[in-house]
Design a protein around this ligand. Structure first.
Ligand code: URA
Length: 236
């Protein structure tokens, strides 16, 4: 693959812009400037530099973010800044999309990719991909609430019954809220909040800690992201 084509594929701008970056000496290969846009490179496992920053080549982008509160999972937001503003320009230009959405006040594991087939696979209701939520509830979580969440509850404005694949009390938390770990395999709008409302409790804090086979990396700070290699990390 030609170097200019490689930069283009990784989101560094229009073809002309990529050529411009290269001829003006802003691109390095193995630490050395390469100013020939037609230089042939083997993209596999290639790490290249652009303006001093190192980038691994990824045919398809797949990243995990620890979503902070105060950002919306939408390109055109209504009330808060967009979560896409936390991504670097090359990823935005690659048109990565979040795999599902989290509410503005929900934190935790959020995936992004430019692989449309993967988005479909992971969000299809037929696949039942598990999502794990750490819920901070306003009221103590009772055994009866757990039993109802597992048996299935009806949400306001939605006749279909939804049930949790798993639900366990995790005890009172440092913030005084009552902990509940909930695993859902479907993804309806505000589902956790609506399910807890259906059992007469209330979500005060919500964090997603797992998606498919993936657990949010413990060292990933809120607002930060990292590359994931291989969808097998996610697909259960
Ligand atoms: N359920 C909710 O209510 N909100 C989220 O952000 C995710 C799941």
């Amino acid at each position: 693959m030609k170097l200019s084509q490689l930069l283009f594929s990784q989101g560094f701008g229009a073809r002309r812009e990529c050529e411009g970056l290269i001829v003006s000496g802003h691109v390095t290969l193995a630490g050395r400037v390469c100013d020939d846009p037609f230089h042939e490179v083997d993209p596999e496992e290639l790490v290249f530099g652009v303006r001093g920053e190192l980038w691994p080549y990824h045919a398809k982008a797949l990243i995990v973010m620890n979503k902070p509160t105060g950002v919306e999972c939408s390109q055109k937001t209504k009330h808060h800044p967009s979560v896409y503003g936390l991504l670097p320009a090359p990823l935005r230009r690659r048109d990565v999309q979040s795999i599902g959405r989290l509410d503005e006040d929900t934190t935790g594991l959020l995936l992004f990719t430019d692989d449309g087939a993967l988005i479909h696979r992971l969000t299809s209701p037929k696949r039942h991909v598990p999502k794990v939520y750490e819920v901070g509830c306003k009221h103590p979580v009772t055994a009866e609430q757990i039993a109802r969440l597992l048996a299935g509850v009806t949400l306001v404005d939605d006749p279909a019954t939804v049930r949790a694949a798993a639900a366990e009390m995790t005890g009172q938390r440092d913030d005084g809220l009552y902990g509940l770990r909930l695993t859902l395999t479907d993804g309806k709008y505000h589902q956790v909040k609506r399910m807890l409302a259906a059992v007469s409790n209330r979500v005060e804090a919500l964090h997603r800690s797992g998606f498919g086979a993936l657990t949010l990396p413990a060292d990933l700070a809120p607002g930060h992201w990292q590359w994931l290699v291989g969808p097998q990390l996610i697909t259960p």
